[in-house]
Write a protein that binds this ligand. Sequence first.
Ligand code: FDA
Length: 317
Amino acid sequence: MGTVFDGLLRPAIGAASRSERLEHASQQWSVTERVVRRFVAGESLPDVISTVVDQLTDGVAVTVDFLGEDTVDEARAHATVRAYLDLLDAMPASPENADGSLEVSLKLTALGASLPEHGDKIAEENARTIVEAAHRRGILVTLDAEDHTTVDRRLATVRSLRDDFPDTGTVLQAYLRRTEDDCAEFAASGARIRLCKGAYAEPAAVAFPERRQVDDSYLRCLRILMRGNGYPMVASHDPTMIQAAAILADEFGRTPDSWEHQMLYGIRVDEQRRLAVSGARVRVYIPYGEQWYGYLVRRLAERPANLGFFLRALVSG
Ligand code: FDA
């Protein structure tokens, strides 16, 4: 199933994620709501704040993503900055005793990186506005990883932001062939790095095509991060990666507060709780907002069973 899924369905779903007609249709289906709700905390700020409070009460840290990507309209990029500033204001932060449990995640293409003129500069300025405001509130910021064509520009932005705000984090994707080298650079400079497998349909020239290769790469990258000076954020639901993280942390003498597990909202929730109760640091990635389509499609593409869930909801809806 894995091969058929990777070979046929994943590219088809990738195409669906770029289809405006399907996006429009799915936003009309009330039944979609049930599926969306499994992975997205809601569309409004109060929705997400109530989810944040629930997670913190359960001893789980959060990173909140205001959904949106591939913005080609500067006004929309500025509206995204506004939404993040409102989110930062609404988060239950107290700068005096900031303990790192609050974080927001940003996508540079939501902040203008894909604008036809000066996109990178506009996105960096927008990201800087958010990072400065977050810093004042004692809230962390991590820049999400998008498709491979955006990696060099994102890492350049991260280096520049880290000159002033060293705890700005970013994501490295184990499926990219380049990522071991990127891990070595950022681990040496003491960065907060979220390591994930990678969620975009990528060509074999830049990404490992087989799951096995991606898993092996993940383990090599994880070793580099755990051995380094930075703060590894182990973003995976895969039991093998979760177990390997604990073993490597032990091997390199890391204390429980020097790295963390991360998982997505709605996925393996029991495991999130189990790890938190065991004394590990756990953070859940909570997306919210109206622009949930691209995010939802990536979650469906990751796992064939999710498609069944989606289709059953359509039939019974
Ligand atoms: P894998 O896909 O092998 O899944 C292992 C197990 O986890 C599955 O068997 C299943 O039990 C469960 N599972 C995984 N995905 C599921 C799903 N969608 N629905 C239900 N169960 C599921 N990617 C990216 O390209 N850029 C980014 O910035 C980020 N950011 C990010 C943050 C955080 C906190 C996480 C956890 C993940 C990301 N990702 C990401 C997504 C990541 O690249 C990857 O696509 C998913 O995490 C799935 O990979 P796993 O490591 O979980 O393993």
